[in-house]
Design a protein around this ligand. Structure first.
Ligand code: ZN
Ligand code: ZN
Length: 104
């Protein structure tokens, strides 16, 4: 899955619906924080098996997890390393803007 496909996917209504189902299932709470007995609201739905590697699981509820942005960054250490300067800020911004729209 390349960048254009990913963008299309994240813009699709199917993904938005699926994302909302996952957030509702997880009570809009970060599931990783919850395991550590911390209550934090989730603003990102993360693919446990990354979208790039497993596009087949893109809409698989079992592969999706509600997380907060700080846990999400930990789940994607590769973002920080390889793409540190060029893409990092841009990508994070896009995700946050989307998340806010949909939560409201
Ligand atoms: Zn968290
Ligand atoms: Zn993720």
């Amino acid at each position: 899955m390349d960048k254009t496909d990913k963008k299309k996917f994240y813009d699709s209504q199917t993904w938005k619906d699926c994302r909302l189902l996952v957030l509702n299932r997880d009570n809009h709470l970060c599931q990783i924080c919850l395991k550590q007995k911390k209550i934090r609201s989730a603003d990102i739905v993360h693919h446990k098996e990354h979208l790039e590697d497993y596009p087949d699981k893109a809409l698989d509820m079992d592969n999706l997890l509600s997380v907060c942005s700080s846990c999400h960054n930990k789940e994607h250490p590769e973002k920080g390393k390889k793409e540190q300067r060029k893409k990092r800020t841009r990508r994070i911004k896009v995700i946050e803007v989307k998340a806010n729209e949909e939560v409201i």
